[in-house]
Design a protein around this ligand. Sequence first.
Ligand SMILES: Cc1cc2nc3c(=O)[nH]c(=O)nc-3n(C[C@H](O)[C@H](O)[C@H](O)COP(=O)(O)O)c2cc1C
Length: 174
Amino acid sequence: MKKIILLYWGMGGNVERTAHKVYNMFDPLTIDISDVVSFDINNIENYDLMILGHSTIGAEDWQEAKADNEWNAFFRRIEEKGSTNIIAASFGLGDQVLYPDHFVDSLGIYNMEMETLGIKTIGRWPTEGYKYTDSDGEKDGKFYGLALDVDNEPELSEKRISQWTDELKKELGI
Ligand SMILES: Cc1cc2nc3c(=O)[nH]c(=O)nc-3n(C[C@H](O)[C@H](O)[C@H](O)COP(=O)(O)O)c2cc1C
């Protein structure tokens, strides 16, 4: 049976709440959930797909935070472990109104990390319906993963999550 691990960071806010909504879209027999810090990297080979859930906290903040960013530490743990056959899909939270020049940048930043590690990524998502001026999280009219703005469009998130997870299920054949 195909198995999924959903990893998220940070804690106690929109990302954690959204992670549980994404988790609930799957049969509990096929998916496990953990914050990224608690996840034991040695268990990664038990899974076919990892879903990463994160938010963007500002481009400058990202550069400054790089050394102690929990995702960065996670990617270094994968690098140290060596090659993995797992594939990945991401959802990223952002705010189009307050940060229209950096909307969901994290989707692009973490996608690049995974490409460097040789991890295949799936779950691209169309940019139609969003209003922003620039994003490192998009390329050629698609976000690298599901973009969610729960600060300004909470009412759209449920449908977006449902459609996106349906596509993942199709791609995985579950
Ligand atoms: C200090 C700070 C910087 C942020 N910078 C960005 C940004 O550059 N781009 C973006 O799309 N959203 C940005 N956001 C919005 C968050 O990504 C958004 O509010 C998200 O839902 C927060 O999730 P959380 O409650 O789990 O922390 C920023 C939020 C904060 C507090």
